[in-house]
Ligand binder design. Structure first.
Ligand code: URA
Length: 506
């Protein structure tokens, strides 16, 4: 048949690529005989026979080819990798598909294989680009017909706009906005999303009133004692700076950092309240000078620099959690989910991690487990609004399978990663009792694996934190298949809540 030319309707048109790939696969066309391009792109040189309208063989005609059996991970991986800017991505993916269906079914397990390696690296780069877009895109407000309209200019490395637009729809559903990139634009009018042509940086105004807010906010969370300019530049490449109002202050903040840090430490050393706090830390650390924050891997002196007002401290911690993108898997979460409830709540609940609904809502315990939890609290007369509810792990960890996101339990490393955040959160809220819901929470609080079944219902004293009262996780109750067992376990859970309330509120 000679070379087959396939023209795809867009640079990341996964569905079209998949349909065409199935067709050429069913027709037995080997990878080296297929040439892929995107509509509007110039065709390359080829030596085909049976030429189509643009000089090459037309793709095998309908009927639509049936799905092919490939490992489940492949479509999910291909759907992400296809957004990569590499012009060879379509051909590479087809070659992997070909090999998977021609005797190398286990190919994806072979990370040393150059094709697999390249696809994985592409997907990783695309995910990183998406993460940068979530974190660094900034809207400017303009007054348009019908009210304010928010405009953002962003230069992604890859073809991610279509895939990521949903993220911004979820996050800014109530606003009217447009995101302009060099290649395409996305527009949300409050009810429908539409895509259009690309634009120019000058299409988006650079100044507006929102900027001062961003700048004040950033300056207030900028901690001079934790300054790591190299890490900062690696995480936030300069290309994004010019679109981010707060970055205009970075050179000044960096220049002032050493003096500010020294001044704050000096102030800390002479402030009685801080001296007292340091004495407490010192006593907790066995009289030595090991700062508990240092034990947690936080720069010593950092807590001396923490805002004095607990609400401000909690807001700053929340901003730190939202800006924490150090775990690769966390980049696929919609957002970090921080705790909620009043500072000073006597009872603080710790769950495992946000689930699907929490990830979208940005609030803990609002999905099925949260509804059961709410019902149980109401039944024992504990107003949830008077408690503080949070999670050990702040991002939703999941495995994407088709349209569904399947919960994946955090491992010990994940829990350890978020532990310093959790400990500071608890310290700021200052509860009388912390109730751990399930094993991950108990591990996060105690720092080790403890069997919930054994510790349940006891008040565990901890050396440097409020006591912990372990019980089961509400999703455990949801999962019990037997109705009688479920009812009995639910009653036990209520009894635990009553006991915890008696300790904390009595
Ligand atoms: N499960 C949890 O542990 N936390 C939530 O926020 C939701 C479900």
């Amino acid at each position: 048949m000679g070379t087959v030319g396939i023209v795809l309707p867009g640079p990341a048109a996964f569905d079209a690529w998949r349909d065409q790939a199935r067709r050429v696969l069913a027709a037995g066309v080997p990878p080296e005989d297929v040439e892929w391009r995107v509509v509007g792109e110039a065709a390359g040189l080829f030596t085909g026979s049976a030429a189509g309208p643009d000089g090459r063989a037309a793709p095998p005609a309908a009927p639509k080819a049936p799905p092919v059996a490939v490992p489940r991970a492949f479509p999910a991986l291909a759907e992400v990798a296809i957004r990569h800017r590499d012009p060879e991505r379509f051909a590479l993916l087809y070659r992997v598909l070909w090999r998977l269906t021609h005797g190398a079914h286990g190919l994806l397990e072979d990370r040393a294989d150059p094709d697999v390696n390249r696809v994985e690296a592409m997907a990783k780069s695309v995910r990183r680009d998406a993460h940068k877009m979530h974190a660094f895109l900034r809207f400017r407000c303009i007054q348009a017909e019908g009210g304010p309209h928010y405009l953002a200019w962003f230069e992604p490395d890859h073809h991610i706009l279509q895939a990521e637009a949903d993220f911004f729809v979820r996050r800014f559903a109530g606003l009217r906005w447009s995101i302009i990139t060099p290649e395409a634009s996305a527009h949300w009018d409050g009810s429908a999303l539409r895509f259009g042509p690309g634009g120019n940086r000058h299409d988006v105004p650079r100044e507006d009133a929102v900027e001062d807010l961003w700048r004040t906010y950033y300056a207030s969370i900028f901690n001079p004692a934790r300054l790591k300019p190299a890490a900062m530049r690696a995480e936030m490449p300069k290309k994004y700076w010019r679109n981010m109002p707060e970055t205009r202050d970075i050179p000044r903040l960096i220049a002032e950092a050493p003096a500010r840090a020294a001044e704050m430490v000096a102030r800390g050393a002479t402030t009685p309240a801080l001296r007292r706090q340091r004495d407490i830390w010192s006593a907790r650390a066995g009289g030595g000078d090991v700062h508990p924050a240092a034990a947690e891997g936080v720069a010593p002196g950092m807590d001396l620099l923490a805002p004095r007002d607990p609400a401000e401290a909690l807001a700053a911690l929340r901003a730190e959690v939202l800006a924490d993108h150090s775990l690769a898997w966390a980049a696929q979460a919609t957002q970090a989910v921080f705790g909620e409830g009043p500072i000073g709540a006597r009872l603080l609940f710790v769950g495992e991690q946000p689930g699907d609904e929490e990830d979208i809502a940005g609030r803990p315990f609002v999905g099925p487990a949260g509804r059961l939890f709410d019902r149980a609290l109401a039944e024992v007369g504990i107003p949830r609004a008077e408690t503080y509810v949070t999670n050990a792990v702040k991002h939703f960890k999941y495995t994407p399978t088709g349209r569904r996101r399947i919960h994946q339990s955090p491992d010990a490393g994940d829990i350890a990663h978020y532990r310093p955040f959790l400990r500071r959160e608890i310290e700021i809220v200052g509860p009388r009792l912390v109730v751990s819901l399930g094993a991950s929470a108990l591990r996060a609080l105690t720092g080790k694996a403890v069997a919930v079944g054994k510790a349940r219902g006891q008040v565990l004293a901890l050396p440097d934190a409020p006591p912990v009262f372990p019980t089961v996780h509400p999703s455990y109750l949801l999962r019990l298949p037997d109705a009688a067992a479920k009812a009995a376990e639910y009653q036990r859970f209520l009894a635990d809540l009553r006991a915890a309330a008696a300790v904390a509120l009595g």
